[in-house]
Design a protein. Structure first.
Ligand code: V4E
Length: 197
């Protein structure tokens, strides 16, 4: 399954009628630690390797980032597939092999995520330690061919509920901008900062 998603800036006045019509699925708190090497080899290709509460995940762009107007990433959780995509041979555990290849954590973010269902959409509302809130509307599809239709449906959902479709600085991008100017400059130079810079 492919998750087609669009983030939005949460404005409680706009969002509360939408959430009232939705069913609350649940709330979870998780911590993401993101990894890259000193040349930013992954993130400058818009590839995001993270451990979410200790479980490895790799987010890979489905299209060239410069053409993207929405968040469309493939997400791998199988460690052998992750190794294959980042060309990391197996000698020891994934974390040991990453460290040996000079991959190190560059940011850690804790999120409280509330999940709602408004079929066929799933709505996530993330709250960060800073209090900042980011929303996300998601639709699941089976094949890449179904992505354009899903993108249109999500756009219509935004119009219908008068949610502004403005570019959103994601959590990891915001962290890098605040804490690591050299990394942020490398992302900008690589053209990875979709729609914001
Ligand atoms: C894909 C990505 C990053 C990894 C973090 O992804 P994000 O969707 O922000 O995290 P989260 O916690 O909502 O993940 P989920 O639980 O939905 O899997 S960091 C940056 N990107 C891509 C990206 C980009 N290239 N440019 C801009 C301006 N923002 C984001």
């Amino acid at each position: 399954m492919i998750e087609v998603e669009q983030k939005f800036v949460v404005d409680d006045a706009t969002l509360s009628p939408v959430l009232q019509a939705a069913s609350f699925i649940g709330e979870r708190r998780f911590t993401d630690t993101y990894f890259d090497d000193p040349c930013y080899s992954l993130t400058t290709k818009d590839i995001w390797l993270r451990a979410r509460d200790g479980k490895w995940e790799l987010k890979l762009p489905l299209r060239n980032a410069a053409q993207q107007s929405d968040d469309q990433y493939d997400e791998l959780t199988d460690e052998d597939m992750i190794r294959e995509k980042i060309s990391l041979p197996k000698n020891n555990s994934l974390s040991e092999d990453l460290a040996a290849a000079c991959f190190a954590p560059f940011c850690t973010i804790t999120t409280v995520r509330k999940k709602y269902s408004l079929p066929p959409f799933v709505i996530d509302v993330d709250t960060l330690d800073s209090g900042r809130k980011i929303g996300e509307v998601e639709l699941m599809v089976n094949t890449e061919a179904e992505i354009p239709k899903a993108v249109s449906r999500i756009k219509r959902f935004f119009e219908q509920h008068k949610i502004p479709l403005a570019p959103v600085r994601g959590k990891a991008i915001e962290y890098i901008q605040m804490h690591n100017p050299a990394h942020y400059a490398a992302l900008r130079q690589a053209g990875v900062l979709r729609n914001i810079d």
